[in-house]
Ligand binder design. Sequence first.
Ligand code: GLV
Ligand code: MN
Ligand code: MN
Length: 399
Amino acid sequence: MTVNSSRFLADLHALRDFGRDGQGVRRRAFSDPDLAARAWLADRMAEAGLTPHFDPVGNLFGLVPGQSLLLGSHSDTQPEGGWLDGALGVIAALEVARASLEADGRAISVVSFQDEEGRFGALTGSSVWSGKLNLAAADALVATDGTQFSDARARLAARASDFVDPARFVGFLEMHIEQGPVLDQAGDTIGVVTGIVGLRQFQITVKGEQNHAGTTPMAMRRDAFVAVTRIATLLEDRLANIATPKTVWTIGHLRLEPNASSIVPGRAVFMLQWRDADAERLQRIEEAIQGVLAEVQGGTGCAITFERLRQDLAPMPMDDMMQAELAKAAKRVAPGQWRSMPSGALHDASNVAALMPVGMLFVPSINGISHAFEEDTAEDDLVIGLKVLAEAASRLAPL
Ligand code: GLV
Ligand code: MN
Ligand code: MN
C-alpha cells in the first residue's frame, strides 16, 4: 500500500476545525463539536469503503468484513486541548486503512474511542468496550459540569447499534504524539512504546467552617483552602523518598465553596491523581497520601474525606511482537532516529491490551507541550509516523 501524506494532512486539519479555538481545540466527549466531528469521520470512513459503526457508548468504528487489524485512537479532547492528541492516531488509521483498501491489501479497521480524555471517567469508551467497566456503572458517571453519562450517550442513540465483537480483531496499533519532551530533546522522530503508566485518583473533600473574612480571627478559622494548600505542600515532602523522577502527581481540579472573596472558604473538593509505571509504588504513594490527609486534618481541624475516583488503571506493558514489528518499521523508515520508551500519558491501548495484542508508537511533541492549545508536531514527523504505522500494519494485518 502507498499512504497519501497530503490527503492525511488535509483530513487532520479538517478534523481540527471541529471545536477549533486558536491553535487548539475544545471538543469534549458528546459536546456539539464532538458529535459533528464523529458524523464527519463516519462519512470519511464510508467514503473510504469502511462500514461506520457507532456502539452504545459512542465509540465509532470503521469496519472491513471478517478478521482485521484495528488501528485508531480518540477524537474527543481535553477542555483546552491540542489539535493532535488522539486526532493524529484516528486520522493516521483512516489513511492507512484507506490506502490498504485502494491497494486491495490487508484487512485494516479503524476506531475513534469515546471520552478517552475523561470527561466522565478515564478512557470511558474503551473501558466499557474492553469489559473493564460495565454499562450500568458507566451510566452513573457524572462529569464535573453535572452531566450524567447516560444522558450524554443518549445524544448518539439514534445512530448507535451493538458493541463490536473484539474477536474480529487480531490486534490493535495506536499512533499518538508523545506529549512529553523526550523525543524532542533527543532529536528522535519515533518512539516505540514499551508500556503505559498506571494511574489512581482520589476525590478529596475538605470541610472547614464558612465564616466572615473580616471578623473571624486567624486563630479561630477552619479554612478549607488553607488545608488544601497544606496538603499540596506536604505531599512534595512525604513523596520525596518514594517517587522516582518519572513519578507524577497532580491536583488539576479544585472547587472552592462558596468561592467568594469575603468569605472564609467552608468547603473544598479537589482531584488528586498520581501515576507511575510500578504498581507497588502506586500503592505506597496512596498510603503516603492517606497519611498526609490525616496529618492535615489533625493540624487544621478541617474534616477531610476521600473517595477513589473512577477506576484504577494498572501499569500496562505493550505486546512484545507488536513492539518488535514497530521497531522493525522504525528502523527502516527512521534509521538511527527512533527509541523504545514508556508512556507517561494514558491511552486507550491500555484498556484494549486486555482483549488482544497491542502496540503504540509516538512522534515528537514540540517543546514537550500537550493538553494545551500550543500542542504541535512538525509535519515531517507526522508523516514519518504515518509511514511507520503503515509499514507495521501491512505486516500485522490479515490478508
Ligand atoms: C490522557 O490524555 C491522560 O494521559 O490523561
Ligand atoms: Mn490522547
Ligand atoms: Mn490527552
